[in-house]
Ligand binder design. Structure first.
Ligand SMILES: O=C(O)C(=O)COP(=O)(O)O
Length: 436
């Protein structure tokens, strides 16, 4: 006789089959999300699935237009072009979070955002493979002068030359910045037969047979190809100028910048190329970049005259794969922050999370309290919580701001209002939300 199938056992711990309760801060259709710079459809779909209102633009916004649009949204999604300065953030009265749908966060005043209780997320590695592959392509294109040959053919010129065209096998690649992109590139370059060295401010374990160099100057002086993979920081601004190009890079070397435009001084690059000290360069990023597609690249006429210079319009991370992954990654982080207060992986905030509240915990509320990091705050808060049962609580700080998350049980609807009101009126309050 067939045996009846066993009842599935109730699993425990983090595999619990109890359903997490969906916490709703307010009617989700009131959550307004503004997405700029052609953010991927995966993000638009994810936000719409939550029931949020979503407005999208293909370009970056600036000036009055940005101030007008940002003033009543709860979340803004941007890429590398939209500048969220303190002045812009001051106008964003309802803003709770910013999503940078890219790696870089230099376009946002992170400190001002934190002080206003606005949590910033990015996508730290989803486009690293795309950038690394682009660099491999550029190295070969430069070594074979393909840009110039192709331009000549477009002008009907047949120019078959082998002088100063090289294989990349056995050449030295110098990587400045050995993070997600630099290290990925290191592996790809070695598999093409290149010898890899890198420079980084941190001591990092090299992948494959790559080796770390102690100084930037040493790296520059031994590399046939120098490629930059550093963030835009005070320390990296103008990092590569005449001293580095003419003084330290080898004669005949190539320079690649797919990092940030401000890292390389354009006049020094032009001098390096025009003097013949550099054999070529690939530049994807510029100190000033147009906000939208079209004939707007008018700042750098000197570059237009340089030979063996590949110029691209900041497309390092622009692949279908990277953009769709970034869309999912950043929209997921933002949704968790909106719905549950989770700030894990935030770039400017203490990283806080608590296990989910289950559906049957019907009278449990979650208090999210973003406050100034000053003495005596927890005492005040715990007095407010004193008549309730604090089920779990976690708090952490980062610089001037602190973030407390607490789940309180047996709270009636009137009490929710009272708790919200009392916490919002504490002297350290920056932003308080109560989810239920
Ligand atoms: O990921 C980054 O930081 C980039 O530079 C890519 O920027 P983008 O999203 O293409 O504007």
């Amino acid at each position: 006789m067939d045996q009846a199938p066993e009842e599935p056992r109730q699993r425990s711990g983090s595999f619990s089959q109890q359903k997490p309760k969906v916490l709703r801060p307010f009617n989700t259709s009131e959550v307004k999300i503004l997405l700029l710079e052609n953010i991927n459809q995966t993000a638009v779909d994810a936000f719409k699935k939550q029931g949020y209102q979503v407005e999208t633009y293909t370009k970056a916004l600036a000036g009055d237009e940005l101030l007008e649009k940002i003033k009543d949204v709860h979340v803004i999604g941007i890429r590398s072009k939209t500048k969220l300065t303190k002045q812009v953030l001051d106008a964003a009265k309802e803003l709770i979070a910013i999503g940078c749908f890219c790696i870089g966060t230099n376009q946002v005043d992170l400190d001002a955002a934190a002080k206003q209780g606005v949590c910033v997320f990015n996508s730290p590695f989803s486009n690293s493979r795309s950038v690394a592959e682009l660099v491999i392509g550029e190295i070969i294109v430069l070594a074979r002068q393909l840009g110039d040959r192709s331009n000549e053919m477009h002008q009907k010129i047949w120019n078959k030359v082998s002088a100063n065209c090289f294989e990349i096998r056995g050449k030295v690649l110098g990587i400045v910045g050995y993070g997600h992109i630099g290290s990925q590139l290191s592996v790809l370059a070695e598999s093409m037969g290149m010898t890899v060295y890198f420079y980084d401010v941190l001591q990092i374990m090299p992948l494959g047979t790559a080796k770390q160099k102690e100084s930037l100057e040493e790296l520059l002086s031994i590399s046939d190809f120098v490629t930059l993979h550093v963030p835009e920081l005070e320390e990296t601004k103008n990092m590569i100028g005449e001293r580095e190009i003419m003084g330290y890079m080898k004669k005949g070397a190539y320079l690649l910048n797919n990092a940030r435009g401000t890292v390389v001084q354009i006049p020094a690059l032009v001098k390096g190329l025009k003097s013949g000290h550099l054999s070529g360069a690939a530049i994807d990023v510029y100190p000033k970049e147009p906000a939208s597609n079209g004939p707007h690249f008018t700042e750098y006429n000197d570059l237009l005259e340089c030979k063996n210079l590949i110029m691209t319009p900041h497309i390092g991370g622009s692949t279908e794969e990277a953009q769709s992954m970034i869309g999912i990654e950043v929209s997921t982080a933002l949704t968790k922050f909106i719905n549950q207060g989770t700030s894990i992986n935030a770039v400017n905030f203490p990283e806080i999370d608590l296990r989910v509240i289950n559906e049957e915990e019907s009278n449990t509320v979650r208090v999210l309290y973003i406050h100034q990091n000053i003495p005596g705050v927890l005492k005040e808060i715990n007095e407010i919580f004193a008549d309730h049962n604090v089920d779990k609580q976690y708090s952490d700080s980062k610089g001037a701001i602190a973030y407390l998350m607490a789940d309180i049980t047996q709270v009636t609807e009137e009490q929710i209002e009272i708790i919200n009101h009392r916490i919002s009126n504490t002297r350290a309050n920056i932003k308080t939300r109560v989810l239920y």
